[in-house]
Design a protein around this ligand. Structure first.
Ligand code: EPZ
Length: 406
């Protein structure tokens, strides 16, 4: 178990260049299993979830080599055997074994996938889409003697179900159309990768259309992580710092709009974004699938609310994603919680010892620790390494006093 020891209370300053997006790199790594040959991925972040994903596909015979900024994944000689549960249960992205392994080998185990356990995370939508494409499910084994394209309709947006359906459809005979698909940019990054591997995918506003093909190695650059960008912008506001982030105002539009509505001053000079000023109005955050306010940025806004005029969080994607509030209250953050709505009061923060229960909860605690005067400790800090590359180095470059202890 590793801890972060933080001396907080001082404003920070500097520029942050986000790493490649975790939630974009993970589906693409599993997608290489469908693309027999060598794929080259640029800008893959060196984070725990990526390392575990590479370990998982290596147990199936893939060979993964980093050379400089490029990650080479050779999937020429692979055969299916059940990946070790010790790996599969560590990350949510192992759910992509369904689409990648059924697409390549005709079978996959759908054991207990891991990931941030802020609430139960079902895969019923993944399974029903797979069955419509010709899969049969026996206990925890999914089999497909042949995949046949068809229309798939989702009644709500699911990133994971959209990813797995795209992977299966890319290898199915004939045409698949996916209605109600998730529109996060990481889905578009996956589609652009698959196209370089030979996939025939067209995008309309209503559906994704895929003609199944045999796929060979592809190439792509992982898009920058906008959740990481939003995390550092929240840190800047919460600590009264002068931090700019290289980011896309379009991708972060709903996050930036909420901060500006609270009174923050937004500057965007040629792709370098900063938020400054004190928030004179309560922040109002209502999460929704893209292009709505990203659920993965809502925990980070709680310390910002506490510093200024308070605010409200309505969580519509993971309705009980509020476990972090208990830990934040150890820093003095005052809140009330009713169902999927939290109200954060203006609060005076002090140093504390707290436990990071999941990735974005850990980010919220780190922001609180950097806000509060004095020395704070964040336990179980390895969960933060799951999704933030070189976070200690990046924070130190901004002037933070932070140490990792085992
Ligand atoms: C992905 O999770 C991300 N993880 C999550 O980020 C993110 O919070 C989530 O998308 C929403 O953007 C990765 O990409 C590895 P969903 P995923 O399927 O795919 C319901 C982070 O911090 N649902 O879009 O698991 C589900 O309960 C992590 O980086 C079903 O009901 O999320 C939820 O309410 C945390 N049945 C909603 O859909 C299903 O079969 C959205 O879930 C699948 C989902």
């Amino acid at each position: 178990m590793s801890n972060l020891v933080v001396s907080g209370g001082a404003p920070l300053s500097g520029k942050v260049i986000p790493s490649g997006s975790k939630n974009s790199a993970l589906p693409i790594i599993f997608a290489t299993v469908l693309c027999r040959g060598v794929s080259v991925l640029y800008g893959v972040p060196d984070i725990t979830d990526v390392r575990v994903s590479l370990e998982i596909i290596s147990t199936l015979g893939a060979s993964c080599t980093r050379i400089g900024e490029a990650l080479y994944i050779d999937t020429s000689d692979m055969e299916y055997n059940r990946p070790p549960l010790s790996l599969v249960t560590r990350i949510r992205a192992s759910s992509y074994l369904l689409g990648s392994c059924v697409g390549r080998f005709g079978r996959a185990h759908i054991s207990a996938f891991g990931g941030c356990a802020f609430e139960n995370r079902p895969i019923d939508m993944h399974i029903s889409a797979a069955q419509r494409l010709g899969c049969t499910v026996w206990d925890d084994l999914v089999l497909a003697s042949s995949l046949v394209g068809t229309d798939i309709r989702f009644d709500k947006a699911s990133v994971g179900a959209t990813v797995n359906t795209i992977l299966l459809a890319s290898r199915a005979k004939g045409r698949t159309r996916i209605f109600g698909y998730a529109r996060e940019m990481h889905i578009m990054n996956l589609i652009s990768f698959l196209r370089t591997a030979g996939a025939k995918i067209t995008l309309t506003d209503g559906y994704i259309e895929i003609e199944g093909r045999t796929l060979t190695g592809g190439v792509c650059r992982i898009i920058p992580d906008m959740i990481e960008a939003g995390t550092y912008l929240s840190l800047s506001l919460a600590t009264g710092s002068d931090i700019s982030v290289v980011a896309s105002g379009t991708e972060l539009a709903s996050f930036l709009a909420a901060m500006v509505d609270g009174g923050a001053v937004l500057t965007d000079s040629g792709g370098e974004i900063a938020l400054s000023g004190s928030l004179s109005e309560p922040l109002r955050v209502t999460t929704a699938p893209h292009p709505g306010f990203p659920t993965d940025l809502q925990p980070q806004t709680a310390p910002v609310m506490a510093r200024y005029s308070g605010g409200e969080i309505i969580e519509n994607v993971w309705r009980s994603r509020f476990g972090y509030l208990d830990e934040l209250s150890k820093f003095g953050v005052e809140y009330t919680l009713m169902g999927n709505r939290a109200v954060i009061m203006p609060s005076r923060l002090h140093s504390a010892v707290a436990v990071a229960c999941d990735l974005r909860a850990g980010a919220a605690l780190l922001i609180a620790a950097l806000m509060a005067e004095g020395e704070s400790v964040i336990k179980n800090a390895e969960v933060i390494d799951r999704g933030y590359e070189r976070i200690i180095e990046k924070l130190r470059e901004l002037g933070a006093k932070i140490e990792r202890t085992e």
